[in-house]
Design a protein around this ligand. Structure first.
Ligand code: 26Q
Length: 795
């Protein structure tokens, strides 16, 4: 808590901001006005540690970490900032005392949804952990006018509408128009005095907006610097006077499009010019800013690696390699070999995917057109690398008229990391086998983590309270201390309290589900949750097929002793991903039929609230009994939702994929519902051209489900609606839904058996929380600091 902060002083600050910043009197203030007043009052308390941290970093000439990411999936800021400052309970008291509903005020804040899913949320967790650990750092990103689209369902189909988070004032950002850089595109390269110089054909100005990120207990704060694009020249008067009115506004149009919208696709890469411009815009502005800050106190750019570490969040900012070479050589006169040496010591690259369709490759034609100087530099890097490390079948950066961003990022970095143990092994052996052989120490692992401040302490107050009661305070910044819960797991009293905390969250969620979807669910049922982007490899289809099989089984024998279940789905599909959209439609159609079936009643309900986002995750995860992590082995790089469920005491039903492997190691095999093929078995299975048919023929429940789908049981108005789905399971089942179905169905029966025995269940649930310490992003960031960035905490 900030020194001297009291309920009275905070109330006075809120009222002062209401009068003098918002210019409203308490009698006429709206919920929005109160939210703004409280946000400014809380913000004032961040400024002091923020300023002190920045000052210290300069005074002590600390090495800084620069995190470059196209995505930051932050969610709401107010309550998170307040709880980290120790002001949340006081804020609630002040606000309620003023006659305003605190929960409604918190929910009035729009989510900052500047990301698609896991990669963007990881960047947000990392920013919070770097602040908590006192690691001097800047996050660089884009200030999208529209974040990830809003999702609605119309007749069960996904409909996208634009997201609008900046329509109301964002109280957390500070405009820094004095920090502005010119970013060029297109044009040509000229030779002047034997040196190549880029003459861009278009330019825009990058202008900074800073958001402070405050760590636990306000001991340190870092900056998230988001760039917006402004026209370099407001208006081309000469063209206008010639009557070329449209062309006269071209600079303005370009600037307006660059930061207009986040690309909503996270799995297939389309090769669009605007996306390349966005990536370069972020990267160039960030690097110019970094070099300017460095040169303010240092002369020798050769010593840049002593003071600067730059991390690339996937290949999206991989143009950082060539851009850094360009700035060092063309602008600062460093020679190429020296520039290569500096760049490779400074840069690190995190890979987040093995899916071939997600790997960025740009046609050399498009690339050379948008970034002609960078195309030259890339050719030079490529031949430098081929010369330095000669190999007959070497896979380089430029091949078949494409620039491969993965290879570029690999070659330009001193460390390349995967995001779970299994994934890192596969990055080495299957994604970059030749490069890894040439550079055997380059690929390392840094298993992902999540911040326990948001994902346990903030979103699950009942459980956080129980933990503090049991082991005392301080676990929030030292999550390994959760192991101290283990002896208590054997006490019936503790398990009852654990179950009571879960039940409180479930009761709250029940009301919310009723409001959002109209479906009435019982808090006595087992809440079975799968929330994540909709993708074939994540196999939501397998979940819905198993749901149908379960429904069918209940109908066969309604009086049997069924464990009541609520199947909860959440997630968005990329707008152009037809197969994923069909799965969404199927979940909704299935929910409609099952929820209206009087034979099953409370034994089974299916809910799919629209527009899953960070705020919805904060409600669903604390109320979950079971965590669905059922991707085809070898496809999910890590997963981070899996870690959030574990922390909140929900056992996993899952495959040996991504970080599930490490979750199972930590929690113990007896506290994890494992099923399905391993990565090796998946590869083996695919060799049988009839794998799906064989699996379907061996499983009566699966046959029945596919039969019902084919007959139109869930789409009576359009009986052939799911013929495509059925056909794909039979004939094009690349993700092996059919082959893993029976094992998944059996594992679900195991879950029921465990849930029927409360002592067994709550023991499992509590062990999940008690053994989740490893998955704190503090542990992850310490790993990056030691093994990649060579930085130390300033605290
Ligand atoms: C690329 C080019 C053009 C347009 C969009 C993209 C793009 C955008 C987002 C490509 C990929 C993404 C996001 C990927 C992602 O979220 N990956 C997830 O990263 C998590 C954090 O490491 C992992 O836990 C997940 O397993 C992984 O799927």
């Amino acid at each position: 808590m900030p020194p001297g902060a009291t309920v009275d002083s905070l109330r006075a600050e809120v009222l002062r901001h209401l009068s003098f910043t918002i210019a409203k009197d308490p009698g006429h203030a709206s919920l929005h006005d109160w939210r703004m007043a409280l946000s400014y009052a809380i913000r004032d308390h961040i400024v002091t540690p923020w300023y002190a941290s920045t000052r210290r970093t300069w005074d002590e000439d600390r090495k800084r970490v620069y995190y470059l990411s196209m995505e930051y999936l932050i969610g709401r800021v107010l309550e998170d900032a307040a709880i980290n400052l120790g002001l949340r309970d006081m804020a609630r008291e002040v606000i309620e005392g003023l006659g305003v509903d605190f929960n409604a005020l918190v929910e009035d804040e729009p989510d900052a949804a500047l990301g698609n899913g896991g990669l963007g949320r990881l960047a947000a967790c990392f920013m919070e952990s770097m602040a908590t650990l006192g690691c001097p750092a800047y996050g660089y990103g884009l200030r999208y006018e529209h974040g990830l689209f809003r999702q609605r369902f119309e007749g069960g189909r996904q409909v996208e509408t634009p997201e609008d988070w900046l329509v109301t004032t964002n109280p957390w950002e500070f405009d820094r128009p004095e920090s502005a850089y010119t970013v060029g595109f297109k044009g040509h390269v000229e030779s002047r005095d034997g040196r190549d110089v880029w003459v861009p054909g278009e330019t825009v100005t990058a202008s900074a907006h800073d958001t402070p990120v405050v760590g636990w207990q306000g001991r340190w704060a870092n900056t998230l610097r988001l760039w917006s694009a402004k026209p370099t020249t407001l208006f081309d008067l000469e063209r206008f006077n010639r009557g070329d009115y449209a062309a006269a506004t071209e600079p303005e149009q370009l600037a307006r499009t660059i930061c207009r919208v986040l690309y909503p696709d996270d799995t297939t890469y389309a090769g669009k010019e605007l996306r390349l411009k966005q990536e370069f815009f972020l990267t160039s502005a960030a690097l110019q800013d970094i070099l300017r800050r460095y040169c303010y106190t240092h002369k020798d750019l050769g010593r840049l690696p002593e003071r600067v570490a730059i991390q690339m969040n996937d290949t999206h900012p991989a143009i950082a390699g060539p851009e850094l070479i360009r700035l060092l050589t063309d602008k600062h006169g460093v020679d190429f070999d020296a520039a290569m040496d500096v760049a490779r010591k400074v840069l690190g690259f995190t890979n987040h995917t093995l899916l071939p369709e997600a790997l960025e490759r740009w046609s050399t034609y498009l690339f050379g057109n948008v970034l002609p100087r960078h195309m030259q530099i890339i050719e030079r890097i490529d031949s430098w690398h081929r010369r330095t490390y000669p190999r007959p079948h070497f896979v380089g950066i430029v091949k078949h008229h494409e620039v491969r961003m993965g290879e570029l990022a690999f070659i330009m970095s001193h460390k390349v990391n995967g995001v779970s143990a299994l994934h890192s092994k596969l990055v080495k052996s299957s994604l970059f086998p030749e490069l890894s052989a040439l550079h055997p120490d380059r690929v390392v692992n840094q298993t992902n983590g999540v911040t326990p401040r948001r994902w346990l302490n903030l979103c699950n107050r009942p459980l956080a309270g129980l933990i503090t009661e049991t082991i005392g305070d301080g676990w929030q910044a030292d999550l390994d201390r959760l192991h101290e819960l283990e002896p208590h797991v054997e006490e019936a009293g503790f398990r009852d309290a654990f179950a009571a905390a879960k039940r409180a969250n479930k009761v709250a969620l029940t009301g919310w589900i009723k409001d959002r979807t109209g479906v009435v669910v019982s808090p006595d049922a087992l809440f079975d949750v799968q929330v994540k982007r909709i993708h074939e490899y994540k196999r939501q289809l397998m979940n819905v097929l198993q749901t149908i099989a379960h429904w069918h089984a209940i109908r066969q024998d309604p009086q049997a002793d069924w464990v009541p279940r609520v199947k909860i789905f959440g997630g968005k599909s990329a707008p152009g991903y037809f197969v994923a959209k069909e799965i969404i439609h199927l979940i909704n159609d299935t929910a409609r039929v099952i929820n209206a079936d009087p034979v099953v009643g409370d034994r089974l309900k299916v809910v799919y609230p629209a527009n899953y986002n960070v705020s919805m995750a904060e409600k669903l995860i604390p109320a979950a009994d079971l965590s669905e992590q059922i991707s085809t082995a070898g496809k999910e790089a890590s997963g981070t939702g899996n870690m959030k469920f574990m922390m909140n005491g929900a056992p996993t039903i899952g495959t040996l994929d991504g970080a599930n492997v490490e979750i199972r190691e930590q929690v113990g095999a007896e506290n994890f519902f494992l099923f399905g093929m391993t990565t090796e078995q998946v590869a083996e299975r695919r060799k049988d051209p009839d794998h799906a048919r064989h699996a379907i023929e061996a499983s009566q429940p699966l046959q029945d489900v596919l039969q019902m789908l084919a007959e139109g049981r869930f789409s009576p108005d359009h009986p052939d609606r799911y013929h495509g789905v059925v056909d794909r399971v039979w004939h094009h089942d690349y993700f092996l839904v059919a082959s893993d179905f029976a094992a998944y169905h059996a594992a679900q029966a195991e879950v029921d058996a465990a849930y029927r025995d409360p002592a067994r269940w709550w023991r499992m649930a509590a062990f999940n929380t008690a053994r989740s310490g490893f998955f704190s992003s503090d542990r992850t960031i310490r790993g990056y600091m030691q093994e990649i960035w060579s930085t130390e905490s300033a605290l």
